[in-house]
Design a protein around this ligand. Sequence first.
Ligand SMILES: Cc1cc2nc3c(=O)[nH]c(=O)nc-3n(C[C@H](O)[C@H](O)[C@H](O)COP(=O)(O)OP(=O)(O)OC[C@H]3O[C@@H](n4cnc5c(N)ncnc54)[C@H](O)[C@@H]3O)c2cc1C
Length: 443
Amino acid sequence: MTTAILGAGLTGCTLARLLAEMGEEVVVLEAAGDYGGLCRSVTMDGFTFDLGGSHIIFSRDEEVMAWMRTTLGQNREERHRETKCFYRSRYVQYPFENGLYDLPPDDRFRCVDGFVRAVIAAELAAESGEEAPARTFLDWIYRTFGDGIANCYMVPYNEKIWKYPLDEMSAHWVDGRVPRPPLADVLRAACGLPTEGYVHQAVFSYPASGGIEALVRAIAAPIEDRIRCGFCVRSVRREEGRFLISDGKTTVVADRCISTIPLQALIPAIDEVPPEVADAVGRLVYNGVACVFVGLQAPVPPFSWVYLPEAELGYANRVSFPSNYSTGAAPSGYGSILAECTYRPGDPVDTMDDAALIDHVLDRLEAMGVLSIEDVVVTGVARQPFAYVVYDLAYQESVRIVREFVAERGVDLVGRFAEFEYLNMDGCIRHALDYVRGHCRCA
Ligand SMILES: Cc1cc2nc3c(=O)[nH]c(=O)nc-3n(C[C@H](O)[C@H](O)[C@H](O)COP(=O)(O)OP(=O)(O)OC[C@H]3O[C@@H](n4cnc5c(N)ncnc54)[C@H](O)[C@@H]3O)c2cc1C
């Protein structure tokens, strides 16, 4: 049994390793000149940056977390998450609802008042039996956090990252997954008593050297010789039960085909796609991310990363400080910054050239007091067209149509843009593990 895996990002490399450990023949076909996908990193003058945006290693999934730790071995450091939201020229503890004490008093009142009203409204609805799940993401935000937290932070931040009307986004992916914070925690936070949200992320790991790419390199090490880079999959056909996969020059023959590449790349490679499937894949919404890298001959604020909800802070929705992630991420005594700006095709970030985007980010970071331009020693930009799945209201129907079609053609889907799900690295590894356990005869 030979398995062809399309795409050598984290998911493709994990699948290849797990299948090879089961004794299977695998070949991994990757369009780019190197493997790693969103988990690639670059080192410039001693500063290492993650090309797909700042990545940290964390998980609630203990098996996956243990697997990542073991795979990285000694090349791993741990840090306490120190995360903020920059709001009205001040740093507010993250999650925002745990940082209300850091707000000006008028906002603190608005946020507590709105939150208490939201809790009461939810309890009354539950008692009367009229509780219906939120349909839109906007509705979910207001119901979960109340109008104070919604208007100060949740709405502007989410508008900035998703670049999509929040009342046209579905609530299904957050409803039930992100619980309303306990009232007592929010009240404690507003009174200045310490509380911590998102505790599964409170301590995170990061490679001591090599950036996040070190993780995917460690995973791929035993199967590196089975990865064919520069192979852009353009056609996937089935003949007599076997898959013929071609880049237009050579054809690879396999018994099984697992795709980890975006559906937007896979569907055009399949022949005789019905119009309703082509339409459905065309309706799937996603964002790209432009990452601006800055190396400084000066330290950076003592934070892991900072969310930037306000439009005045420019296009970046988040800035992280990789030099605070591990000792090898920047030369000793120097600091580094990675600013993420999501974009949609044709919007200002997409059309801005790299030099203008760097100037824009440096200008806003200097205005925030994060850096002085004269300390900047390294800059760079990397753009990833496939960064975030956007869950619009048509998502569930569109993705169902596409998945059913792909299943009929016998191709299996695993990974962030192959399944078209908001999967983090741990989710990708979990899906790869489950796939191998469910499909491999030797497992
Ligand atoms: C800004 C940002 C921050 C993130 N931060 C974190 C974090 O802190 N922690 C975390 O756990 N996760 C994080 N993630 C998520 C993480 O990056 C993904 O879960 C993971 O990298 C997805 O891996 P993948 O292999 O499924 O997809 P990809 O990495 O997208 O891999 C797909 C591969 O397919 C290749 N490909 C595409 N088309 C073709 C074709 N036609 N033929 C052949 N190959 C092709 C691509 O080149 C790529 O190598 C973050 C993501 C983003 C965007």
